[in-house]
Design a protein around this ligand. Structure first.
Ligand code: ARG
Ligand code: GLU
Length: 743
């Protein structure tokens, strides 16, 4: 009996982190991962990936605009990222006449590269483990507040003592739910120009229908360039600036990928929650995801109707629609995947194991029951919190504007005229962009639909009086919307700007008289008091318990390698090129080809149109050097077992030798629950094959001067003699990775 328990436990511990799972800090690759990576086929070393002593891969990895990832692919700072990451910039340079979204854009020389206000590119210079110093003086018995104030003081001292150049920044972040701290020395460039983008019919081929879906056929890339001052350091945008010369840039492999090939994805994953207890996962699947999905679905249906009816509206709302649709669809996939792989049950089984490992008198025995209690208490507030934020700030546009105006008022009350004016500057900037793409007719309809949903799905004690309905009252939400949008100044740019031009006190008086402002205010007061306050108090306890739980896990399973949850810091994930089986009797291959683009082609359709030029290249198989050497076809995308999340968009997929082979841009739907529960049987990241990118730049766009800048290599040609032993070993490894966990 004892043996059985031991075996089960061991099997479980091993399975906790399967090859493929994990977003690792580059700092610890040597000690934690190098051996496994090399066993999987990697030829380079941990030092080649992350080094402070010499140029390494990390010097080519760039945080793009703080959200996406990008990588440097030439000695002149040429930057590759996703089309959907550069989308806002491409759109901002577009007009109906010069529509770069529709037709693409290619700078034929550096003077044609387009500047982008506010866009930044950040490189990580060094990572420092500051855990000991950060946690100095904290004890297990301390209250959360006490602990945090000691840490805050420590961090200030650490910041002062870290040696850095004037142009560098220090970013400090907690890891493992606050059990460890790391500091990042970074350099941020501020002059980033648009170099090239394919038309949407390539860069966004399949759009929202194909989003999160495999098989995929999207050339989701765009090119930018980092410009620096004469000293190669960050400088404000200026015509004098020169292309940045990097410490390292990625060579590009023309040899393509095959099932089983080693892949490494290097980037800035945003947020994961891999160590949540089961009640939290259950809440996501049963309550929060379904609510958010339903709200967005309502909004999307309305916007879609208008976009299909008018081309101008389509351009105006394309970016907003994509943003709302993206997570709407992701949540559906996440819930489906969690159900399919029995995520909640898996967690529960794991929790049982954890408990069984604890000594009888361990204080950790209270953790899970305590979680259970806290999540139950927090549940009603968590639900309204998501509802409120989806309705008032994510989907009804004018409610968001009214909310911003409310913040202007509170800024005035707290920080006086100066604070007000500072904030107002930013608001005016934002509004200029906002009204360019705003259509009150659409928004009014969204308002009516979503306020009605709120009133009927949220307890009336959390609902503002004017939105409340009862069988007797029969509020007409359409009528309410019509009145509000007629009466508010915010639906109109000139009226809104006129208010902002008044002296602060007067402007605020005018806002307070605005009916939409009043509704927003009333709603916020109820929300802050009845929802946010109790939610935050409970959540504070949950966060602190999560830190204790995390520490307890690491203590209880000392032999397991734990990777920290994603937090927008630089990470390495690695795995292999691999297909998968999403449902019974269906198996997906790992590579898609241009043939698939033609199969999906729907002339004139806004998602699946294909340009004549691409059809012509396809019909003549005019692929230059970029076709697959074995079958002569043009590869478009491929998938792998790399553990990625939002923020990894634009991350390079790197081969065993450190060369670029692909560009990460998505995950397969069934596996998006990897943010909560990675499962190697169905979690796949989706990458555009770099050969397709080169083909589009060269053959489609005729921008061969950009190809000339890059360094193209043939790593597989050099190394054609692979020993039998290696082949066997890598087969064995592959089997190991693809086996579904036997938990
Ligand atoms: N799903 C990808 C990501 O999370 C791509 C999103 C952009 N594309 C789109 N069709 N919305 O960012
Ligand atoms: N498209 C996502 C992004 O923008 C990456 C896909 C994912 O979430 O894995 O970062």
């Amino acid at each position: 009996m004892k043996n059985i328990i031991l075996t089960i436990t061991l099997a479980f511990v091993v399975n906790l982190s399967h090859a493929g799972e994990g977003m690792w800090l580059p700092l610890f690759l040597k000690s934690l991962n190098e051996a496994e990576m090399q066993e999987l086929g990697m030829k380079i070393t941990a030092e080649d990936i992350y080094s402070v002593n010499k140029g390494s891969l990390k010097d080519a990895i760039v945080h793009f605009g703080g959200g996406c990832t990008s990588e440097i692919i030439s000695s002149s700072g040429l930057l590759l990222t996703n089309h959907h990451c550069g989308y806002g910039q491409i759109q901002s340079h577009s007009t109906l006449e010069n529509n770069y979204l529709k037709n693409g854009y290619w700078a034929m020389n550096q003077s044609e590269e387009l500047r982008n206000e506010g866009l930044t590119a950040t490189i990580i210079n060094e990572i420092v483990d500051i855990s000991l110093e950060a946690l100095k003086g904290t004890t297990a018995k301390m209250s959360v507040k006490e602990r945090q104030s000691i840490i805050d003081l420590n961090l200030e001292v650490i910041k002062e003592n870290l040696i850095k150049a004037d142009y560098q920044d220090i970013i400090i972040k907690p890891f493992y739910n606050g059990n460890q701290y790391f500091a990042f020395l970074t350099t941020t460039y501020r002059d980033i120009r648009l170099v090239g983008a394919p038309p949407e019919s390539i860069g966004k081929f399949g759009a929202d229908t194909d989003n999160w879906v495999w098989p995929r056929h999207t050339g989701d890339f765009s090119l930018f360039r980092i410009y620096a001052g004469p000293d190669n350091l960050p400088a404000d945008p200026s015509p004098e600036n020169k292309p940045y010369q990097p410490k390292h840039f990625l060579p590009i492999s023309l040899d393509g990928v095959q099932e089983g090939d080693f892949t490494l994805v290097f980037g800035f994953p945003g947020r994961t929650q891999e160590y949540l207890p089961s009640p939290a996962v259950e809440e996501i699947v049963e309550s929060l995801n379904p609510a958010k999905i339903a709200i967005r679905e309502k909004a999307l249906n309305i916007i879609d109707k208008y976009m299909r009816a008018d081309e101008g509206t389509r351009i105006q709302y394309a970016s907003k629609f994509a943003r709302i649709a993206n997570y709407w669809k992701k949540w559906i996939g996440e819930s489906t995947g969690l159900k399919k792989t029995k995520g909640v049950e898996k967690k529960k089984r794991f929790e049982k194991e954890f408990m069984s490992m604890l000594p009888r008198d361990s204080k950790h025995r209270d953790i899970l029951p305590e979680f259970e209690k806290l999540y139950e208490q927090r549940a009603p507030y968590a639900y309204v919190r998501d509802y409120y934020s989806e309705v008032t700030s994510r989907n009804i546009e004018l409610m968001r504007i009214a909310g911003i105006m409310g913040r202007l008022e509170s800024t005035y009350l707290e920080n006086g005229e100066e604070g007000y004016n500072n904030f107002k500057g930013r608001v005016v900037n934002y509004l200029n962009g906002f009204y360019k793409d705003y259509n009150p007719t659409i928004d009014k309809e969204v308002f009516a639909a979503l306020t009605e949903m709120y009133a009927s799905n949220v307890d009336h004690k959390f609902t503002p009086g004017s939105l409340e309905s009862s069988p007797q009252m029969q509020v007409s939400y359409k009528g309410l919307a019509a009145n509000l949008y007629e009466g508010t100044a915010f639906a109109d740019k000139d009226k809104t700007m006129a208010i902002l031009n008044l002296p602060p006190a007067e402007a605020i008086e005018r806002m307070k008289a605005d009916p939409l402002y009043q509704l927003s205010n009333e709603w916020k007061i109820i929300y802050d008091k009845e929802v946010a306050a109790p939610y935050n108090a409970l959540n504070y306890q949950i966060d602190s318990l999560q830190r204790i739980y995390m520490a307890a896990l690491m203590e209880t399973f000392p032999d397991k390698r734990f990777y920290p949850d994603a937090n927008s810091t630089i990470r390495v994930t690695y795995g292999q090129v691999a297909g998968y089986s999403p449902t019974d009797a269906v198996t997906y291959g790992p590579v898609s080809y241009l043939d698939g683009v033609m199969e999906k082609y729907k002339p004139g359709d806004y998602e699946f149109d294909v340009s004549d030029k691409l059809i012509e290249l396809y019909e003549n198989a005019d692929y230059g050097d970029y076709a697959d050497k074995d079958n002569g076809k043009m590869p478009v995308c491929f998938i792998g077992t790399n553990h990625t999340t939002g923020g990894n968009s634009g991350s390079p997929a790197i081969d065993a030798n450190g060369n670029l082979i692909g560009l990460n841009f998505d995950r397969a739907w069934e596996g998006t629950m990897s943010d909560i529960n990675y499962d190697p049987s169905i979690c796949r990241n989706i990458m555009t094959d770099v050969r397709y990118i080169l083909f589009v730049v060269d053959k489609f766009a005729g921008a061969s001067h950009l190809i000339d800048e890059m360094k193209l290599v043939h790593p597989k040609k050099v190394n054609t003699t692979v020993s039998k032993k290696n082949v066997k070993q890598s087969r064995k490894m592959k089997r190991k990775m693809l086996k579904a966990p036997s938990k």
